[in-house]
Ligand binder design. Structure first.
Ligand code: 8ID
Ligand code: ZN
Ligand code: ZN
Length: 351
């Protein structure tokens, strides 16, 4: 393949201060470092983490100015001189974990997301809300040739994250998993991975559109938290004693607290959603007497990435996406803040 033409400038959505104006404008195309790929991003999913990064509501500073985005799917158009295992024209994905040191204790054990030097796409490293982005060649996701880039984009954060979170719940086939925040970006994929892994799926979210989506994606029992008088009692009743595992992907401290109450004895509560400043409150008597485990789960490693993509390629999971132009990021954030998105928005970087 002949070397692709790479322009000097490109379209991006960039902000200069947290919570400041999201500007859709021309910026320079970045140059890959020796270890990096240059990826022509075609599509990017929009994750709630991008909204946290823009608002700056986490106790970790973002780089500024910042180009957000970490569910980027595109084509390799360039690379630094030390890159191995990639060629021009390969399909590649930009994940939250852009790169890590690869030599600390955590990296050594394949827990690279816990690396103290983790470089994060759309947070400490300009991400996928631009037409050309750089990614460490070791961490960039390998996407099989012929894959639909718009559909695979949400797998690159939401898919990997919920797949790993489900593994962390240590469930057996036939057991109940409750997904709190079931019909947002992460939740709508969690329903499908959970089904494919053999679990019974209970979903909690709000509103008619979400209730319908839950059914369409194959969920078994839905609880509308905007209508239920007692979510905890409803979950315990529907699951005949509580969910064996809970995947918390809502952005709600109260929902996390409730999950410790409706988790079944000996079950596992998995914390995934990251409401700013939230604490996980778990009643100690309940926690001990029911012997529950509360664990955190943070994206996934390279093996989780490969496996999560494989579920998509095999047709077992498919994110319910709406494709809009890159310039629509401000409107997407506004809807996301209201919890009004069923499924995932994906932006076309050329619109
Ligand atoms: O690695 C990680 N741990 C990781 C990876 C990716 C994303 C964590 N996250 C975090 C994000 O930063 C965010 O805090 O997971 C959270 C969810 O991300 P998302 O799925 O991209 O967000 P969304 O599409 O807005 O979905 C959130 C859903 O939660 C529902 C909303 O209605 C929406 O459908 N929800 C809310 I807000 N409050 C709820 C409640 N009390 C609720 N559902 C049930 N009960
Ligand atoms: Zn994300
Ligand atoms: Zn490391």
């Amino acid at each position: 393949m002949s070397a692709p033409q790479i322009p000097e400038t490109q379209k991006a959505v960039i902000f200069y201060e947290n919570g400041g104006e999201l500007q859709y404008k021309d910026i320079p195309v970045p140059k890959p470092k020796p270890n990096e790929l240059l990826i022509n991003v075609k599509y990017s999913g929009v994750c709630h983490t991008d909204l946290h990064a823009w608002k700056g509501d986490w106790p970790l500073d973002t780089k500024l100015p910042l180009v957000g985005g970490h569910e980027g799917a595109g084509v390799v158009v360039g690379m630094g001189e030390s890159v191995r295992g990639w060629k021009i024209g390969d399909l590649a994905g930009i994940k939250w974990l852009n790169g890590s040191c690869m030599s600390c204790e955590y990296c050594e054990k394949s827990n690279e997301s816990n690396c103290p030097e983790a470089d994060l796409s759309g947070y400490t490293h300009d991400g996928s809300f631009q037409q050309y982005a750089t990614a460490d060649a070791v961490q960039a996701a390998k996407i099989p040739a012929g894959t639909d880039l718009a559909e695979v984009a949400p797998i690159l954060c939401a898919g990997i994250t919920v797949y790993k979170a489900l593994k962390s719940a240590n469930l057996q086939a036939g057991e109940w998993v409750a997904i709190s925040g079931a019909c947002g970006g992460l939740g709508s994929l969690a329903i499908q991975y959970a089904k494919a892994m053999g679990y019974r799926v209970l979903g909690i979210d709000g509103g008619e559109e979400k209730a319908e989506l839950f059914k369409k994606l194959g969920g078994e029992h839905f609880i509308d938290f905007t209508k239920s008088k007692d979510v905890t009692a409803d979950v315990i009743k529907a699951t005949n004693g509580g969910a064996h595992g809970v995947i918390n992907v809502s952005v709600s401290e109260a929902a996390i607290e409730a999950s410790t109450e409706y988790c079944r004895a000996n079950g596992t509560v998995v914390l995934v959603g990251l409401p700013g400043g939230a604490k996980c409150k778990s009643d100690v008597f309940n926690h001990v007497v029911k012997s529950i485990s509360v664990v955190g789960s943070y994206v996934g490693n390279r093996a989780d990435t490969r496996e999560a993509i494989d579920f998509y390629v095999r047709g077992l999971v498919k994110a319910p996406i709406k494709i809009v132009g890159l310039s629509s990021i401000p409107e997407i954030y506004e809807k996301m803040e209201r919890g009004a998105i069923a499924g995932r928005y994906v932006v076309d970087t050329y619109k």
